[in-house]
Design a protein around this ligand. Structure first.
Ligand code: SF4
Length: 449
């Protein structure tokens, strides 16, 4: 039996795609190995979101060929797509007789659009006989949605379903459109089919994900939208609940907010990339909204669903960000009913316009601002947790217990993690919960109601 190992760098979409490649190989009789040793084929699914992620991707490839000098290595993913030359440059491994035993010719580069075809072509790829030659992203061509079939199950309690890929926004700091090309969507009927398959496999929650999910359906001949998709899912209820992984501020409309209210299938949880709360910085980032639009959206969600979890991404230290502009971001979030923050320090990514912007902010200043934002995150989390006491919550018990306490963990529809005492039979079950105790580390325990 042939063995393979997949290493994934980067985001949840990459993880989903690696799981898709992995299950397709397993269906063909290959065995997944958990270690980077003694495999017939190694697959590295790379990330390009920052220069560091690119470097880590190359390090992962080097480590594999160092430990397995004669192995076949398939490299795909965003870094492979944006910087194939960097990967081809990976230095040869020299044996004790100073002979090169592995060099870049032992690495097979596969384009992002062909990720779904790796399993079917694996022997040809390794024999250098496949026609899945590497191609750069072509924005002039209409892409086909690179989907896996059947549904990708992964190893988590909550399944992911990628319904959209690519992005056409070209925010000035972001490399993603260059890696994944223009926006493409999974046909509605396929989305429903995959949701039903996941439900039949025992999943109670599916996270609807994409690169720019709000663009869902805009590429169809007969234009559709994310709202139309969510409405259809809500009508047919193929699975107990769904969650949106992330959605742009300007793409949250009344219809989507209403679908997240009680009695509907969409979780009352929004994760929104704000990046900056300063209008001038937003313009420089080429983000298509201003702080007041963001403020209105958050108020609208909170007014319609007071218990909704609202997570916000921030990108701190964009070139030219002054103290005042940073404060604008801080103060905007401080006054809004946001429940948690993800704080990212800006780092200039080669290949994006922001790489050449003047007035790059001193890394020490970025560090301090990020620390301030992380303190604000703690304040927001605590407040949100306290607001959830004495309310009825719906939690999905995760398959893995907490390593330290041994307690079960349930994820609520509004995205709280609640620790619970209970037997293994509860894993994977949906329970009605109430919060019980909150400790100083913001660990919250709950009771089953
Ligand atoms: S919307 Fe902007 S930040 Fe998001 S993937 Fe597209 S270009 Fe990148």
């Amino acid at each position: 039996m042939k063995k393979f190992f997949i290493q994934t760098l980067g985001c949840k979409v990459n993880q989903y795609e690696s799981d898709g490649i992995g299950s397709a190989l397993e269906k063909k009789g290959w065995v997944k190995n958990k270690r980077t040793k003694a495999c017939d084929v190694f697959i590295v699914n790379t990330c390009a979101v920052t220069s560091k992620a690119g470097m880590q991707s190359r390090q992962a490839i080097r480590k594999i060929i160092r430990e397995n000098p004669t192995a076949q290595v398939i490299v795909t993913g965003c870094h492979a797509q944006t910087d194939p030359e960097e990967i081809k440059k990976i230095a040869p491994i020299i044996d004790s007789n100073k002979r090169a035993v592995h060099n870049s010719f032992g690495i097979h580069l596969i384009s992002h659009k062909d990720k779904t075809k790796i399993a079917d072509n694996i022997s040809l790829i390794c024999d250098n006989k496949s026609d899945l030659g590497f191609q750069k992203t072509d924005f002039t061509k209409k892409n086909v949605f690179p989907g896996f079939d059947p549904a990708v199950k992964g190893s988590m309690t909550r399944a992911y379903l990628k319904v959209q890929d690519g992005c056409e926004a070209f925010c000035t700091y972001c490399i993603v459109p260059y890696a994944r090309g223009s926006s493409v969507s999974m046909p509605q009927n396929d989305v429903l089919k995959h949701l039903r398959e996941l439900n039949d496999s025992g999943f109670r929650e599916v996270i609807i994900t994409g690169i720019h999910t709000g663009m869902y359906g805009l590429d169809f001949k007969k234009r559709s939208s994310l709202l139309q998709l969510l409405e259809k899912i809500n009508r047919e209820k193929p699975v107990h609940r769904i969650r949106l992984s992330s959605i742009e501020p300007g793409e949250i409309n009344d219809g989507i907010i209403n679908l997240a209210s009680k009695g509907n299938i969409l979780c009352d949880h929004f994760h929104i990339p704000l990046q900056s709360g300063d209008d001038e910085i937003l313009k420089k980032m080429k983000r298509p909204y201003d702080a007041s639009l963001f403020e209105d959206v958050i108020h609208k969600i909170h007014k319609t669903i007071p218990t909704a979890g609202i997570g916000v991404d921030t990108l701190i230290g964009f070139p030219g960000e002054t103290n005042k502009q940073f404060e604008n971001t801080y103060k905007l979030i401080e006054k809004l009913p946001v429940s948690y923050l993800h704080v990212f320090p800006f780092s200039a990514r080669k290949g994006t316009p922001a790489f050449n912007f003047t007035n790059q902010v001193d890394p020490e200043i970025i560090k301090k601002r990020c620390a301030q934002m992380r303190q604000l995150d703690q304040i927001k989390r605590e407040k949100f947790l306290k607001n959830n006491f004495n309310t009825k919550l719906e939690g999905l018990v995760q398959n893995k217990r907490d390593k330290n306490s041994g307690l079960l963990k349930a994820v609520t529809s509004n995205y709280l993690t609640v620790f619970l005492k209970g037997k293994a039979e509860l894993k994977g079950k949906i329970l009605n919960l109430e919060l019980d105790q909150l400790d100083k580390n913001l660990i919250v325990t709950g009771k089953i109601k």
